[in-house]
Design a protein. Structure first.
Lengths: 142, 142
């Protein structure tokens, strides 16, 4: 199962760092790291298999009303400690093979900084945004 | 690598059965089974890794001139004997987990019929088309 999850993540997964508005935080924004695997309804059962394997995260329905036949489901891990203790060690052992390996490396560095509360300092905040801009998703997410 | 390839195929691969025009064949058409994994240019190296692993197939450039940033590459295995002797035994051992498992089962049955030259008979031809219509790709390919 482990090798399969690594390959499936190279196909369908992503490591994203979003910046979302949050007026209760120091900078009025919040850094929001997330490990996500998206699937159509007909393969929803594999998302449950993956959730069971990692024993963390949740499955969220993204309803679609465009020309697609089925709704999308997202397996998401958002907890910093679960990312640090479950997701990151897994992908260190079962390495990604596509360009997503690079996104993962950056994601890992950002989680480390957040564990050390660096995102609460001016310097750390800038460092994280700079790192995040180097991921493959920068155009869409920043 | 094997588990990874199975997971990556569940994400990015497909087993297709196309019917293409070919005036030199008995029915004026030809049944064309293909195992394909498609990737953008930035992950071209993984297609070479997969090609090396299976020791068969070829990598073909699909140029794109739409709004995408990069060309696509397809790793394809089209030889009936290589599908039968290399690809099918691999996915029997390292099982797919998504709905593509069903496409694979149908694909396997069609390859078996073709190995027995059933596609050269009226009855076999119809049987193969009926089977192919049950794959997930029927709307696009038939």
């Amino acid at each position: 199962m482990a090798g399969w999850i690594s390959g499936f993540t190279d196909g369908e997964g992503c490591f994203t760092i979003s910046v979302i508005k949050n007026s209760t935080t120091r900078f009025g924004k919040q850094i929001f790291p997330e490990f996500v695997i998206t699937q159509g309804e007909k393969s929803l059962d594999v998302l449950y298999k993956i959730k069971n394997y990692f024993n963390c995260g949740s499955i969220i329905l993204n309803k679609r009303y465009d020309n697609h036949n089925e709704h999308l489901y997202r397996y998401c891990v958002r907890s910093i400690s679960e990312l640090q203790n479950k997701i990151i060690p897994f992908f260190e052992e079962y390495a990604l093979q596509t360009y997503k390996r690079n996104d993962f490396k950056i994601f890992k560095r950002i989680i480390k900084l957040m564990i050390k509360k660096q995102h609460l300092t001016n310097e750390g905040w800038k460092k994280i945004l700079k790192l995040a801009s180097k991921t493959n998703r920068k155009k869409k997410r920043f």
